[in-house]
Design a protein around this ligand. Structure first.
Ligand SMILES: Cc1cc2nc3c(=O)[nH]c(=O)nc-3n(C[C@H](O)[C@H](O)[C@H](O)COP(=O)(O)OP(=O)(O)OC[C@H]3O[C@@H](n4cnc5c(N)ncnc54)[C@H](O)[C@@H]3O)c2cc1C
Length: 417
């Protein structure tokens, strides 16, 4: 089923009876070339690119719940390519380029909205750091612009510029950054993988990983054993638990991250605004809700919900930055489980078990990585070599101590990222 303007018109005039399901709800076969554990954004993206770019279609994606029920459906949808360090910068640059063609590629509207993302700074030292970051981003081939206070006042007239604690000195803008509709990304990738022959199997929890003589042989699931030539673990916040099934201890802590949305309002916030010092960021969804969030809840947990101290902290930060949001009513809040690495950068690598691969450590920034992560992971699984955009996401950097990519300079502590 192809989507097009003509199709929408035809269906609209004929009672919308011709739409079909977006993917096949498959039952597990006994044997696959590749089994992907985890039907989140990264698992679905890996399946899609395995089929599309490598012709590997005897693939199953095993999801313990429903497709898109994890962090892919819980995030605040920000996409950007403004990373500073080699390793991260080329990867997110690659991801942004894939984002820009994704809707056409999938024939599915992922609602990419390149409305620009602005990171604020509040003193001279931070301005220096922003200039340096901007130069690094431009050297990478992506866009960055330094904004003065008058520039900002034109674009974001609703900010409180003279608050005593964090007066605003300027901002770093990336115009190509913005948001995309998270569910549509999951559904579009699922549809693209399924129509190429990938089996998407929901309500199928992996409970064990079968390994013989150092080689992976398959998985145990709540729907029976499945043999596999290769197994890719792509389970975000559950990475530590699933890796343990293969006897691995990952350098990952799982933490809660919350987000909030208000009632729908008329358009008032036209960009993504990040207030790093206050741990607050905000954008406005196409439905009109103000979507915002802040920092981790700061304790390790597998609960996909958070606690009140962070709610209070985020609301305070929002009120400090833009007092006008005090008039909006918060409708909902929710949480997701973040797979935090010590250096805040991800892992896309082989493991010591032959045929077992891992893609994790996305911390609170893995939505923007969905296209490139799947693209690079598929390359690794298919060819056993690293994609050129993801050569530095090595698992052994935590054991060796070199090659760490501490983007935020906060040191090797999970809950500081
Ligand atoms: C509140 C919040 C805001 C965020 N905001 C942003 C943002 O603005 N921009 C950004 O770039 N990133 C953001 N993120 C981060 C981003 O959502 C995640 O990094 C990313 O979605 C993680 O990858 P995923 O989509 O594959 O994870 P998930 O969707 O969680 O997928 C993992 C899947 O694995 C499944 N699974 C786990 N264990 C098993 C098992 N044993 N067997 C089978 N299946 C299993 C889970 O059920 C789940 O569906 C945010 C996250 C949260 C929670």
């Amino acid at each position: 089923m192809r989507f097009s303007g003509l199709r929408v018109l035809k269906e609209g005039l004929t009672g919308n009876k011709g739409w079909q399901g977006h993917w096949r709800d498959a039952s597990p076969k006994s044997d696959y070339d590749v089994v992907i554990i985890g039907g989140g954004g990264h698992g679905l993206s890996t399946a899609y690119y395995l089929a599309k770019e490598h012709g590997i279609t005897n693939v199953a994606v095993l999801e313990k719940g429903y497709l898109g029920g994890g962090n892919i459906g819980r995030n605040t949808t920000i996409v950007r390519a403004n990373y500073f360090l080699p390793g991260n910068s080329e990867f997110y640059s690659h991801s942004m380029k894939l984002w820009e063609g994704l809707a056409q590629d999938l024939n599915y509207n992922v609602m990419l909205s390149q409305r620009g993302q602005i990171g604020l700074f509040h003193n001279d030292g931070q301005r220096d750091a922003a200039i340096r970051r901007g130069n690094a981003i431009r050297n990478q081939g992506d866009d960055a612009e330094l904004l003065s206070v008058p520039d900002l006042k034109r674009m974001l007239p609703y900010l409180d510029y003279d608050q005593s604690r964090f007066p605003i000195y300027g901002g770093l803008l990336q115009r190509r950054a913005g948001t995309a509709r998270h569910d549509a990304v999951a559904w579009g990738l699922a549809r693209g993988a399924s129509e190429r022959g990938v089996d998407l199997i929901q309500n199928c929890e992996v409970t064990g990983i079968d390994i013989e003589n150092g080689t992976v042989k398959g998985v145990q699931t709540t729907r029976g054993a499945i043999r596999a030539g290769k197994v890719a673990v792509i389970v975000a916040g559950r990475s530590g638990q699933v890796a343990q099934m293969a006897g691995m201890r990952l350098p990952i802590e799982s933490h809660v991250l919350q987000a909030f949305v208000t009632e729908g309002l008329k358009p008032c916030i036209n960009h993504v605004v990040s207030f790093g010092m206050g741990h607050f960021y905000i954008s406005q969804s196409d439905k009109g809700g103000l979507v915002f969030g802040g920092d981790l809840d700061m304790y390790a947990s597998y609960a996909a919900r958070g606690n009140l101290p962070i709610v209070e902290h985020v609301m305070e930060a929002g009120m400090t930055l833009m007092p006008m949001i005090g008039k909006a009513k918060v409708l909902r809040s929710w949480g997701g489980i973040m797979d935090m690495t010590p250096d805040g950068s991800p892992i896309i690598d082989k493991t010591d078990t032959r045929g077992l691969y891992i893609d994790c450590g996305w911390c609170y920034g893995g939505f923007k990585a969905v296209p490139a992560s799947g693209n690079c992971m598929a390359h690794l699984v298919a060819t056993d070599t690293h994609h050129e955009a993801a050569t530095k996401f090595r698992l052994d950097r935590f054991a060796m101590g070199h090659g760490l990519m501490d983007e935020e300079g906060t040191g090797a502590q999970h809950n500081l990222h």
